[in-house]
Design a protein around this ligand. Structure first.
Ligand code: UGY
Ligand code: MN
Length: 247
């Protein structure tokens, strides 16, 4: 049996100045304060130039997410297992919770759960919205720019009280983003199913389920889905942020 390439110093992960691809064989699982019982892989963080953090959470026994620090909003997407918020709301796989800054809610995870976690410094343009929970299957799939081969499910309300989006994009085989996007908004992304080719800056990466990506502001980006089954990714986006805001 040949040794896996990851045992020979190889990885598909690439950390570049304005974008990053983070593949599972290079994830580092660590304990973190505020996450008793959980292991966390911090994949995207301000240390690499991002304005948000994207992490994966896993636990073999019971685990919890204590309230995040001051000013920090959190979005949790359940990948496997389940969770219960301290207000009694339950999360099943593909269930999600948005917790605004200063939310006192705690999340208790069932043994064997996995979740994706986005955190950011909330930049309110008005009254801060309250906590909310939901289920991805209840979010309608809207065709992107009129192409029904490619749909977007938005999990957060699109009103200006929110400074962040978290969406799931689904691509039929062969579907592509309609053009190379360049925009001021930044993304964190987790491939959920399928795979294809992701263009980031002037690099083209093969990507598959489990891979994560950071796209900094203005990074040229494009995706084409390959294979015989649909591809899906979870993607966050800084939003409603005027480009010239106070530092
Ligand atoms: O919402 C977006 O900007 C999305 N279309 N970007 C992406 O999929 N890379
Ligand atoms: Mn984009």
């Amino acid at each position: 049996m040949p040794a896996p390439l990851s045992r020979l110093g190889a990885t598909r992960s690439e950390i570049c100045p304005r974008h990053a691809l983070l593949t599972p064989e290079s994830h580092e699982w660590i304990p973190l304060p505020g996450w008793p019982g959980a292991e966390i892989a911090v994949l995207v963080s301000p240390d690499m130039g991002a304005r948000h953090a994207m992490s994966l959470m896993r636990c073999s026994g019971p685990a919890a997410a204590e309230p995040a620090g001051p000013g920090i909003a959190r979005f949790v997407f359940c990948l496997e297992g389940g969770a219960e918020l301290s207000d009694g709301a339950a999360l099943a796989p593909e269930g999600f919770a948005f917790l605004p800054p200063e939310s006192p809610l705690r999340i208790a995870f069932a043994p064997g759960s996995r979740a994706a976690v986005f955190e950011w410094r909330f930049e309110p343009l008005g009254p801060v919205p309250g906590a909310l929970t939901g289920q991805l299957s209840d979010c309608p799939g809207l065709p992107l720019k009129g192409d029904d081969w490619l749909t977007v499910q938005k999990m957060l309300p699109t009103d200006p009280a929110f400074d962040f989006e978290v969406n799931v994009m689904s691509f039929h085989p062969g579907a592509t983003l309609p053009y190379v996007e360049t925009h001021v908004m930044e993304h964190g992304l987790l491939m959920l199913d399928g795979g294809g080719i992701y263009r980031l800056d002037d690099r083209w990466y093969p990507v598959t389920a489990g891979d994560a990506i950071w796209m900094g502001p203005h990074v040229p980006q494009w995706f084409g889905a390959l294979g015989r089954a649909p591809s899906r990714y979870l993607i966050c986006k800084t939003f409603n942020r005027p480009p010239l805001r106070p530092a």
